[in-house]
Design a protein around this ligand. Structure first.
Ligand code: GRF
Length: 189
């Protein structure tokens, strides 16, 4: 049987991209990177794997639907059936959501439903909570609102800065995300 083909969507550094690529026995092929930021560091990481990249600036399209239609066409050509969002800084619109319902997942640096949206780590520090964490969830049409698949807690230390907390959160992300993907691809959830 052919392996499932998946795309990673990212806008920035791509440390989660690297963690997914480094994982063993994912039971899927990461067949392409979709990136909306032509200067993003993640692009070079994908090129180092000789991976196909879809790099499109949404500004170059009249509407969001047109932008997503172009991505959809290319994903279909490549036989991609799952989308893994890893720091993709846009809401997925209907054009992509509909054909991939239940097949799009995202990683978020908080214990959702707490602190959705931008700067979740800063939000947690400002709120003065003693723990936050990481969530992997299915994507729906809201901002970080889809059904939760897995969560892991991270303690906030009194001396934490945004940088130190982010480092510990990302360490957790880099194991949690590949492990969730592996279980989903093996149908063991
Ligand atoms: C991660 O913290 C992820 O939870 C959030 O965006 C960040 C992406 O980081 N959605 P990276 O580009 O994978 O390093």
């Amino acid at each position: 049987m052919n392996k499932t083909r998946a795309a990673i969507f990212a806008s920035g550094t791509g440390s989660n991209f690297s963690a997914i690529m480094a994982a063993k026995d994912l039971n899927c092929d990461i067949a392409c990177l979709v990136c909306d930021q032509p200067e993003a560091a993640v692009i070079k990481k994908a090129q180092a794997f000789n991976m196909e990249t879809i790099i499109l600036s949404p500004k170059a399209f009249p509407t969001k639907a047109d932008y997503e239609k172009e991505i959809l066409t290319r994903l279909k050509q490549k036989g991609i059936t799952w989308l893994f969002l890893a720091g993709y800084m846009r809401l997925i619109g209907d054009t992509l959501l509909h054909p991939f319902t239940g097949k799009i997942i995202n990683i978020h640096p908080s214990l959702l439903p707490d602190f959705p949206g931008l700067d979740a780590i800063g939000q947690a520090l400002t709120a003065g909570v003693s723990r936050t964490g990481v969530t992997v969830h299915y994507v729906d049409d809201g901002m970080d609102t889809g059904p939760i698949i897995a969560q892991e807690e991270v303690d906030i230390l009194p001396e934490d800065t945004k940088e130190t907390l982010q480092q510990r959160i990302q360490t957790v992300e880099h194991t949690l995300y590949p492990s969730v993907i592996k279980q989903l691809m093996n149908d063991t959830y």
